[in-house]
Every structure is written in C-alpha cells, then in structure tokens.
Design a protein around this ligand. Structure first.
Ligand SMILES: [Zn+2]
Length: 118
C-alpha cells in the first residue's frame, strides 16, 4: 500500500535540528517506549533506531507527530525501499534478518541434492 502526496500543495518541510530536534525525537520514541512499531504489530520486541516519516519529507510529507513512526533499522530499510521503489532492501534481508534470495542456503529446504532436476 502506498500513499500518494500532492506535492504541489505542500511546502517543503524543514525538520527540527539540534537540541530541539533531539527533544522532539526523544518525545516521539517515548510513544512506544523506544520500541519499533512495525515489529510490535507482529508481536516482536525490538528497539527503535529511527523516527521515520510515514510520508517522507522528500515526498511532501509533514514533520508532525502524526506523520512519524518509530522503527528499527531493518524495518526502516524495508519501508524506505518500498517508498522509494527499490526492488529489494539494502542488505538483501527481510525485517527478520532472513535472506531474500530463494536460492540462499538458509532458505533451502532439506538437502540440496546437487543432482539434476527432471
Ligand atoms: Zn522493526
């Protein structure tokens, strides 16, 4: 699911920097007690590394609290890849750290056999 933003109606957003930015980040992370919202939704407990913008500032999103969510680094990489249309995320792993390639040894079931397929 991807949201579209009418960039023509929104002005470029300047995010808070310095002390004000740190305070804002701390307050936002406190909303989920410092945990990743996406992992929480899946029953996982992982510390959030990033306060992410749901609609990226680069795509005309606002810097309001309602437009932010707390994410761990794997989740952040994943949603960023989705938002900006990359085929796969940076390190080739999913949010659980499992390799995405189907022929990766971790994803192979049973023995490889090494023989020919009929
Ligand atoms: Zn996460």
């Amino acid at each position: 699911m991807r949201r579209r933003v009418d960039v023509s109606t929104s002005r470029p957003v300047e995010r808070l920097r310095g002390r004000a930015g740190q305070k804002q980040r701390k307050r936002r992370l406190a909303r989920t007690r410092g945990l990743c919202e996406r992992c929480l939704a899946r029953g996982l407990t992982r510390l959030a590394d990033v306060v992410d913008h749901v609609v990226p500032l680069a795509l005309g999103g606002s810097d309001d609290d309602q437009n932010t969510r707390n994410l761990c680094e794997p989740c952040h990489l994943e949603v960023t890849a989705e938002q900006f249309g990359f085929a796969s995320i940076g390190k080739g792993v999913d949010a659980n750290g499992r390799p995405l390639l189907s022929d990766h040894p971790w994803n192979a079931r049973g023995g490889t056999g090494g023989g020919s397929k009929v």
